[in-house]
Design a protein around this ligand. Structure first.
Ligand code: FAD
Length: 218
């Protein structure tokens, strides 16, 4: 992904998402500039993702050298053209980066006076846009509990409820985003053949199908 100038036949007015079964592409015009945020999936780089929920698992496990190399503009241009199915020229890159979809969670939110929060505690697919929100809600909860104990004399046991309240939320969020990711990302590319049902683009976009695959309680 990156912030770049996009020259193509589609103009610069609307947010666009491309789902043709091989890649997902996102085009987000940045208001007040000729730049846009462009993002595509790179399924090949996703194959080696860490999926362990064990504390201390190595997030780099299985990653290839290509996935670790800095993103080049021509690489993004090729990937985005392939996602959008039209010829695209990208230039004037402000920044470029690769991100990988993780699937990990700590098993404890607290070790004595150390508390975990945000992506350090739980990290998962950006599908559904929940990582920052989950982290902020956890941090807000931790902040008021710390304030109550340290400033207002609440019992220290209150701090133990941080983990019991937030760890289930993290686990549920990871399970949810994982399902959403599997529903949205072309499955034939990330799963062994025949391991899961492959959704076509039309199926994936249908609210009924998303409800059936994602919102059903696991
Ligand atoms: C493509 C993408 C789209 C996303 N979209 C959404 C969305 O729409 N909605 C949403 O809610 N979430 C979204 N997220 C998730 C969200 O970005 C993260 O959950 C959030 O940024 C995590 O914040 P954080 O402060 O916990 O961690 P980070 O943002 O990772 O901050 C940690 C900081 O610590 C610094 N750091 C690391 N190690 C050290 C060290 N040893 N010493 C000092 N500093 C250090 C890092 O440089 C970094 O600045 C998205 C994520 C991605 C990748």
């Amino acid at each position: 992904m990156g912030d770049v100038r996009v020259t193509w036949e589609n103009g610069h007015d609307h947010f666009r998402i491309f789902m043709h079964g091989e890649r997902i592409g996102l085009f987000l015009p940045l208001v007040g500039s000729g730049l846009s945020r462009v993002m595509t999936t790179d399924i090949g780089a996703n194959i080696g993702n860490a999926r362990s929920t064990d504390a201390g698992s190595d997030p780099r496990r299985g990653s290839g050298e290509a996935a670790a190399a800095p993103l080049q503009l021509d690489e993004l241009q090729r990937a985005f053209s392939s996602a959008a199915k039209v010829f695209v020229t990208l230039d004037d890159a402000q920044w470029l980066t690769k991100f990988r979809t993780h699937h990990r969670c700590v098993d404890r939110y607290r070790d004595e006076c150390i508390f975990m929060a945000g992506d350090a505690a739980h990290i998962h697919s950006p599908a559904g846009g929940q990582g920052m929100n989950t982290g902020l809600q956890g941090a807000a909860k931790l902040a008021w509990k710390l304030g109550a104990v340290l400033r207002h004399g609440a019992p220290a046991g209150l701090l133990a409820t941080y983990e019991s309240e937030r760890l289930p939320v993290a686990r549920e969020t990871i399970a949810f985003t994982d399902k959403l990711n599997v529903a949205l990302v072309p499955q034939s590319a990330v799963c062994p053949a025949g391991a899961t049902k492959t959704l076509s683009c039309d199926e994936t976009c249908s609210t009924a199908v998303l409800k059936r695959h994602v919102f059903r309680k696991w």
